[in-house]
Write a protein that binds this ligand. Structure first.
Ligand code: SAM
Length: 223
């Protein structure tokens, strides 16, 4: 059974898509989407041999080797135009790594309609990358699972002009301000307050103190 996190990633994949799942690890997401008739074909990309082998074994034991190609490849190198991929999913990695993966293969993204991205952190870096590279955020979800809070970003080609607040908190998440959103930023506020207290007691770095104070104020304004 799929984690709620990966289920929500899968919910953004449209019916009959052909997907590339980058960093697929065990290949649970493509296996699940295929078994549920949501997609017709997937590439499970993995750059590390251990997870690659595990993906190959899982796909084979589910009898899906004809519909899921498991490929040992770095990022977007896992697909070519001939694969006719329309959707890329990248989940369970840092937002900066996701941005790097997209950036390294950005000349291949023109043929991709949908990006479903689930950064574990540094969401702001990913939003900046998307905006600067002609991708529009069309929806977002925030969820909690096993004490961890995750964000899922659904993006398509398009222009946007997000302000600093929307970049930091997410254009949709900041509108919605769900209980999980409030929990995430309350946690972050507590963390920054601790850092500030520590700085005031142990350091003379007034520039850093001002920086943290500004961060705290920014979060408080948006909670
Ligand atoms: N996507 C799955 C999920 O969300 O549950 C697995 C997440 S796992 C924590 C991250 C996986 O990404 C690892 O298996 C790692 O080997 C893989 N990975 C990291 N960088 C990659 C890259 N540049 N290309 C392909 N896979 C990568």
């Amino acid at each position: 059974k799929l984690s709620n996190r990966l289920k929500i990633v899968g919910d953004f994949v449209s019916q009959n898509s052909r997907i590339l799942d980058v960093g697929s690890d065990h290949a649970y997401l493509p296996i699940n989407l295929l078994k549920n008739g949501k997609i017709s074909y997937a590439i499970a990309g993995e750059v590390v041999d251990g997870p690659y082998q595990s993906a190959v074994a899982n796909v084979k034991s589910q009898g899906l080797s004809d519909k899921i190609d498991v490929r040992l490849a770095n990022g977007l190198e896992a697909f070519t135009e001939e694969d006719d991929i329309d959707t890329i999913t990248i989940a369970g990695m840092g937002g900066s790594l996701i941005s790097q993966i997209l950036d390294a293969g950005k000349e291949k993204l023109h043929s991709i309609d949908n990006l479903v991205l689930q950064p574990n952190n540094s969401e702001r870096n990913l939003r900046i990358w998307l905006q600067e590279n002609g991708f529009l955020i069309v929806d977002e979800v925030i969820l909690e699972e096993n004490e961890k809070i995750y964000e899922v970003i659904f993006s398509k080609h398009g222009e946007s002009n997000l302000n600093e607040t929307q970049i930091e908190f997410g254009p949709f998440l900041n509108q919605e301000k769900s209980p999980v959103f409030k929990k995430k930023w309350t946690r972050e506020l507590e963390k920054q307050n601790k850092i500030l207290k520590n700085l005031r007691e142990n350091s003379q770095d007034s520039h850093r103190v001002k920086e943290i104070e500004a961060k705290i104020q920014f979060i408080e304004e948006n909670l």
